[in-house]
Design a protein around this ligand. Structure first.
Ligand code: SAH
Length: 470
């Protein structure tokens, strides 16, 4: 985070503004809207400001800036083109530890003014950390379009009942659900429409029902998080992440995706850390059951799709056995994500009439796969968890008849900004992989279709010349 967003209370607090032009007028307008008492320092002022002075809405000193003008102020804003003056005020304010903003001069400012959507008391502040103010303005326009102007009315309406709801519904989680029902349901509709009497009546009724509801059984949503790029989440996964009480996730789930979850949702990582074993599958199952029985809406978030090499089946069984309702939300599995990001067609009329997903993980010290089936011609083979056993896989496939020149692609962290690709052949992939030192989750794709994509894609083509044809 470039700057820490806070909402400063300026009601009746003194703020110094230096400058009397258009920019100053804009800042004065915003500061007045926040209730600030403004002391203006400017030699000359434009008509709009002169009017505010004449109406006694701001105090004006018609002379140059003096360091003592900062005494007792809570903020200073400089909206003047005079660079020497900008630097002087900025320096003097910083010396006093007073927050200062110089319009369009981030280097001289200790805080910036965000783009603002004002639906008081709902206020949204947008900043790009000074990187692209024009983008902030665009975002503001989009939010303004999306947010009903009566949203402020809804917030004021909710405020009236805040204390009463707090006293009536004890558990924060139940309270949050109650308010969700208020805002998403009929109460919210009525309040937005301005029918406050009906909205009050409806809210009291809802509060009564909620108070008398028995503690309910929660639910587990087994949700696929996709291969890493947050844009590849399904809408349903996104909605659940926004409403879950608890998120139980694997290590494979990317930080960018976890960042999309509701801020105050409890997060439980059950994946293995380096050097730590992580929870066993039985422990994870028991944890999910306990959380749901406690009334939580649980999102069990898994990389890719929950039912593809994700042990989702075992979790469903345990939950069903315990009488916990389960819902499965599919995700884009690594094979589909990596195929898309490398533009490799998994099937092709001429080159691949079938596609097989297999695991390269060791079982009893060996990779127990049906090699004859995997080595069939005109087939794409995608291997999950195969980076460690790649030499065995390549050797067995060649032994069972796949040509040594069959193209192989390794995709690490597919679909994310950290994606890396290694392209070679069955004969050369082991060495290429070693040189590339892949540490992240890596998918292995084998088949003629890789060659097709290589021929098209200049970036991958470089890797091809390094790897193929040895
Ligand atoms: N349920 C997941 C797979 C879990 S098994 C899914 O449907 O995708 C873990 C393996 O998935 C990793 O070892 C790796 O082979 C593969 N994988 C998952 N995410 C990946 C990614 N972003 N890029 C490449 N491979 C990935």
């Amino acid at each position: 985070m470039q700057g820490f967003p806070i909402f400063l209370s300026l009601q009746d607090r003194p703020v110094l503004v230096v400058g009397g032009g258009e920019a100053a007028a804009r800042k004065i307008g915003l500061l007045l809207a926040a209730g600030a008492r403004i002391n203006l320092i400017a030699d000359t002022v434009i008509g709009e400001i002169a009017q505010l002075i004449a109406d006694a809405r701001i105090a004006w000193t018609g002379r140059g800036f003096d360091d003592d003008d900062l005494a007792g102020m809570v903020l200073a804003v400089v909206a003047s083109d005079d660079e020497a003056l900008q630097a002087r005020v900025s320096h003097a304010a910083r010396q006093r530890g007073l927050p200062v903003n110089v319009v369009d001069r981030p280097a001289l400012s200790s805080f910036i003014m965000p783009a603002i959507v004002d639906r008081s008391p709902v206020t949204i502040a947008i900043s790009t950390g000074g990187a692209a103010p024009a983008l902030a303005r665009r975002l503001r326009a989009e939010i303004e379009r999306a947010m009903p102007s009566a949203i402020g009315r809804l917030a004021r309406f909710a405020e009236i009942f805040r204390g009463q709801v707090g006293r009536t519904i004890e558990r924060p989680r139940d309270r949050r659900r109650f308010w969700d029902r208020v805002f998403a349901g009929r109460v919210g509709e009525l309040a937005l429409a301005g029918d406050e009497i009906a909205a009050r009546r409806e809210l009291i009724r809802l509060l009564d029902t909620t108070r008398n509801e028995p503690a309910s059984m929660g639910m587990v949503h087994l949700v696929g998080a996709g291969p890493g790029d947050p844009d590849l989440l399904t809408m349903k996964a996104y909605r659940l992440l926004q409403s879950a009480d608890v998120i139980v996730h694997d290590r494979l789930v990317s930080p960018e995706i976890l960042a999309m979850a509701r801020r105050d949702a409890e997060r439980v990582c059950v994946g293995k850390r380096r050097g730590e074993p992580g929870l066993s599958q039985e422990e994870i199952n028991a944890r999910l059951v306990a959380l749901a029985r406690d009334g939580n809406s649980v999102v069990r978030l898994k990389g890719g799709d929950p039912l593809v090499f994700g042990r989702g089946g075992e979790e469903i069984e345990a939950l069903v056995r315990a009488g916990v309702p389960v819902e499965v939300v599919p995700g884009i599995t690594a094979a589909l994500g990596c195929a898309a990001s490398t533009a490799v067609p998994l099937t092709h009329r001429d080159h691949a009439q079938s596609c097989v997903f297999a695991t390269g993980q060791l079982r009893d010290g060996t990779v127990a796969l049906d090699w004859r089936m995997l080595a069939r011609p005109r087939q794409t083979v995608v291997i999950y968890m195969g980076a460690g056993t790649l030499p065995i896989i390549a050797a067995r496939l060649m032994e069972h008849g796949l040509p040594a020149t069959t193209p192989v692609a390794l995709i690490e962290n597919g679909t994310t900004s950290r994606e890396r690709r290694v392209v070679a052949t069955l004969a050369t992939i082991e060495r290429q992989a070693m040189e590339a030192r892949l540490h992240g989750p890596t998918l292995c794709m084998i088949g003629e279709v890789i060659g097709l994509a290589l021929a098209r894609d200049p970036e991958v083509h470089e890797a091809e010349t390094a790897g193929l044809g040895h």
